[in-house]
Design a protein around this ligand. Structure first.
Ligand code: NAD
Ligand code: DAU
Length: 333
């Protein structure tokens, strides 16, 4: 099987490529990635020689057209997206270009080429914020951030391709991922790397927002299960049932790294900050999937990885990231 993994140099996409290189070693893996600030070929170093790489934009329709033919692609898994809510609050245009237009172009080209299966990797953020209970795949889509609205736009294009053309598509919607190679401006890697540099951690608002934390390899196992066993035209929620408030999460990371609450810097809240995300993953359980890594274990593995891989994250905290973060931070103080 020849599979195109778009966004395969990012955090989750690269974990998926590393997993396939070991578990589906007879597949031809083609990674297509624009290499934005979040894309990094160092994420794929462990599997060098086991995949082919093409630098490209999913919004570049002609390039996609050629790649699908040159590499005789059978299936596509689309991870490519602008993904950081805070960046989307500062400027949402790239989010629309990649998450909506890029998805549209990929779908249109996949249809023209007769791609057997197209899997769209999406997020729980399309449902908005939920005070109690859990979202099922039938819950209404009520996105609150420019990022979430763009991901919803992409999901709706996928739905429309199925309804209108009968295109073989599937959507997965996962909760917050964490693990090795997580870009150090998302909360877990930001807090770990700040503490490793003896810096305080900026906690937004009252710290009572809740997230459901899914270890990245569990997410990837879920995507593979859906790709191989999921029903065409359907949506699958992938959550872990490991809910934590941001304050509890922060205290766990502080304790693991030997710090106390004096290292917490309370800062202004994120605009439109979703209070709680929670997914009902019953459909995934019916496919035989369940998370294998508890938060207690996953956070230890993640912290150990960041301790051992300073050479990976240190350069990312310089340059454009530093400027982006400085601007954000000044605004929040
Ligand atoms: P990431 O930001 O780490 O990586 C995104 C990747 O996409 C990067 O390699 C980047 O270079 C590439 N990319 C961006 N724009 C592109 C374009 N126009 N053309 C080609 N490549 C492009 O993101 P991630 O956290 O790995 O998320 C991957 C996917 O999973 C996204 O679709 C995201 O919405 C979804 N998701 C993420 C989470 C999470 O907690 N991180 C949870 C649920 C779903
Ligand atoms: O739920 C899935 C989503 O999870 C994905 O779709 C997104 O791509 C991914 O980035 C993530 O979005 P969040 O906004 O939930 O993740 P983030 O790491 O940015 O923030 C997690 C929580 O931590 C959120 O409530 C805001 C808070 N936070 C974040 C940062 C960066 C802080 O308190 N301080 C911070 O410095």
């Amino acid at each position: 099987m020849n599979i195109l993994i778009t966004g395969g140099a990012g955090f989750i996409g690269s974990a998926f490529v590393r997993m396939l290189a070991h578990e589906r070693s007879d597949w031809k893996l083609v990674v297509y990635d624009k290499l934005t600030y979040a894309g990094n070929l160092a994420n794929l170093k462990e599997v060098e020689g086991k995949y082919e790489f093409i630098k490209g934009d999913i919004a570049d329709r002609e390039k996609i057209h050629n790649v699908l033919r040159e590499h005789e692609i059978d299936q596509i898994v689309n991870f490519a997206a602008e993904t950081h809510v805070d960046r989307s609050i500062m400027s949402g245009l790239e989010f629309i270009e990649t998450d909506v237009l890029g998805t549209y172009n990929l779908l249109a080209e996949a249809r023209e080429k007769g791609i057997q299966k197209y899997l769209q990797v999406s997020t729980d953020e399309v449902y908005g914020s939920i005070a109690e209970g859990k979202w099922t795949e039938e819950s209404p889509l009520l996105p609150n951030s420019p990022y979430a609205a763009s991901k919803t736009g992409g999901d709706l294009q996928v739905r429309a391709s199925f309804q209108t053309y009968g295109q073989p598509v599937i959507i997965t919607r996962a909760s917050n991922n964490y693990g090795p190679y997580h870009y150090p401006e998302k909360v877990i890697p930001l807090f770990i790397t700040n503490l490793l540099e003896n810096k305080k951690v900026p906690l937004y608002g009252d710290g009572m927002n809740m997230r459901d934390w899914l270890y990245v390899d569990d997410h990837c196992r879920g995507i593979l299960a859906v790709l191989e066993k999921g029903n065409i035209g359907e949506i699958y929620n992938i959550g872990s049932e490991e809910e934590l408030t941001n304050l509890d999460l922060t205290n766990i990371i502080l304790k693991e790294l030997g710090f106390g609450s004096e290292m917490i810097e309370p800062v202004k809240d994120r605009a439109g900050h979703d209070r709680r995300y929670a997914l009902d993953s019953t459909k995934m359980q019916k496919l035989g999937w369940a998370p294998q890594v508890s938060f207690a274990e996953g956070i230890k593995t993640t912290i150990a990885w960041f301790k051992a891989n300073e050479a990976w994250w240190k350069p990312l905290k310089d340059g454009t990231y530093q400027e982006y973060y400085r601007q954000q931070y000044q605004e929040r103080k």
